[in-house]
Design a protein around this ligand. Structure first.
Ligand SMILES: Cc1ncc(COP(=O)(O)O)c(C=O)c1O
Length: 387
């Protein structure tokens, strides 16, 4: 080996493992080296257990996957480049042409597009049901149904499904059950304990929690995870980068604190809004006014920071004036991070992808981050004066 190869590619690098860093290492490496053909063959034969190539298994990602599997009370986990990649893999692995899915209505928009615009290209049909009554899932089943898909609470209007009862229906009919557990988080609800087989997350939200990484998580039994690894994970290749896995590990450390803080502040903000004369309605599962409040308390440990309000107006200009005047709440689409955000339904209208939204024009989705409750309430107070 010449000097340059040694200096650029080897020198000093083998000495690092003697230290015990307090933070998990970021192993931003595509490849893993082997000392013999035998070792390399063994790694390749066990690609989901021995790091071989980072599209398969990376040691930093592996730490994250272990933690999420443990939090979700499942045997195993895979981390994806986005929540949508995790949702798609969870669903696709069980499907073939001609199959049928029963999904809760109004899931996250791109899950809805997967069901309504994408899977039909491959001859898969989907029935969407009002998830508030578990019987609706059973009634929609057909001979070719393979999957029941839940998202509790679902997006924008936060209706819940009785997870245990729907899981019982799935078991009774021998069906795969999948839930998008992003809102409740694995600290708030552990659907595996209620009988659900696969949990998916937009880890972009609470799990990351710092607004700096788009990522997805899929937790399930070992057999399902191996099947996904061999097909959707390696073939479609929408895997998380080691750096984003490392950011999520950082985020996880404070997940309980952030969730508690965000939930407590949201309750105060919701209480304030519910008595305000310019507010028509607040949709928040932990508010006693929510029609499924009891179920929410039974299934979820935290109310979390997302809620939706409707303003007492039918005029777009009022909604715009309210939203434009807020300072502590920023206009942006995501949630689950430190920042407080608003997402007015009227912004969907001109979009090619969301233009057919059925949401009323006076609806604004809100997310409460880590700000002081007084700051947020003061901001809303001045904002509502603009209506
Ligand atoms: C409930 C829910 N599920 C899934 C997703 C998709 O996750 P990602 O944006 O990480 O792909 C989102 C994103 O907003 C979401 O809110």
């Amino acid at each position: 080996m010449d000097d340059l190869t040694h200096i650029l590619f080897r020198l000093g690098e083998q000495e690092l493992p003697q230290y015990q860093p307090g933070i998990p290492p970021l192993i931003q490496s595509t490849n893993f080296y082997y000392d013999s053909v035998e070792d390399m063959s063994e790694a390749l034969a066990n690609e989901d257990e021995i790091p071989f190539y980072t599209r398969g298994l990376n040691p930093t990602t592996e730490i994250l996957q272990k933690k999420l599997a443990a939090l979700e009370r499942t045997e195993d986990c895979l981390a994806f480049a986005s929540g949508s990649a995790a949702v798609a893999a969870a669903v696709l692995v069980h499907l073939k042409q001609g199959d049928h899915i029963v999904s809760v209505e109004n899931p996250y928009s791109w899950s809805g597009k997967l069901f309504n615009n994408f899977l039909n290209r491959f001859g898969v049909t989907v029935t969407m049901v009002d998830g508030r009554d578990p019987q609706n899932f059973e009634q929609a089943l057909r001979e070719n149904t393979k999957i029941i898909f839940l998202e509790s609470p679902n997006s924008w209007t936060f209706e819940l499904q009785d997870i245990k009862r729907v899981a019982q229906i799935a078991h009774k009919h021998g069906l795969i059950s999948i839930i998008d557990n992003s809102y409740a988080t694995p600290l708030g609800t552990q659907p595996a304990n209620l009988g659900i087989g696969t949990m998916v997350h937009s880890a972009t939200k609470y799990i990351g929690g710092h607004g700096d990484a788009v990522a997805g998580i899929l937790c399930s039994d070992r057999k399902t995870i191996r099947k996904i690894f061999k097909s959707e994970f390696m073939t479609l290749g929408g895997v998380i980068s080691p750096f984003n896995a490392w950011l999520l590990l950082r985020g996880l450390r404070t997940l309980p604190l952030r969730l508690e803080r965000s939930s407590n502040t949201t309750m105060k903000v919701v209480e304030y809004l519910e008595q305000h004369p310019k507010i028509d309605r607040v949709y928040y599962p932990f508010s006693p006014s929510h029609p499924q409040h009891q179920l929410a308390k039974k299934q979820m440990k935290y109310g979390s920071g997302q809620f939706t309000l409707t303003l007492k107006t039918d005029q777009r200009t009022h909604v715009e004036a309210f939203c434009n005047s807020l300072k502590a709440f920023r206009l942006a689409c995501s949630w689950g991070s430190f920042e407080s955000l608003i997402f007015p339904a009227i912004t969907l209208e001109n979009s090619q992808n969301y233009g057919n939204s059925q949401l009323p024009i006076n609806m604004v989705r809100c997310y409460v981050g880590l700000d002081e409750p007084e700051t947020l309430i003061k901001d809303l107070e001045q904002g509502l004066k603009n209506i």
